[in-house]
Design a protein around this ligand. Structure first.
Ligand code: AMP
Length: 117
């Protein structure tokens, strides 16, 4: 599936539509999920146009690393680092991916269940 430049996350990254941004670096943006599944539900996205994990190139390793480091920083900032949090990247239909701009879900603020649904 080709990248959709008119997609919602592309518009959020360009600051054309509003989002509750909680963290931003040169390469990564993090904002609150509009339909939260936990008390803290944040989406961490690369500013680079990448659809899914399947579309990652070897030279995207730095970006993926920065997404996880953003999660670390957000956890500290919102005070959940010690209690815990969960990071999830859904890929394609079986995982329920709905938006085809790579994003990592950051969940915290309640006890998570395992296995995930
Ligand atoms: P996924 O199913 O992994 O593709 O997750 C997409 C997520 O994007 C869902 O949790 C939605 O609630 C969230 N979402 C959709 N539109 C927006 C938006 N405009 N702002 C913030 N989050 C959104």
């Amino acid at each position: 599936m080709p990248y959709d430049e008119n997609g919602i996350f592309a518009a959020i990254i360009r600051k054309e539509i509003p989002a509750k941004i909680v963290h931003e670096t040169d390469n990564v943006l993090a904002f609150e999920d509009i339909n939260p599944k936990a008390p803290n539900h944040i989406l961490i996205v690369p500013k680079l146009q990448i659809e899914t994990v399947n579309d990652l190139q070897d030279d995207h390793a730095q970006i993926i690393g920065e997404m996880v480091l953003a999660a670390r920083d957000i956890a500290a900032e919102i005070g959940v680092a010690e209690k815990g949090y969960r990071l999830v990247i859904n890929t394609n239909a079986d995982a329920g991916q709905e938006i085809f701009h790579l994003h990592m879900h950051f969940f915290a603020g309640r006890k998570m269940t395992w296995p995930p649904g």
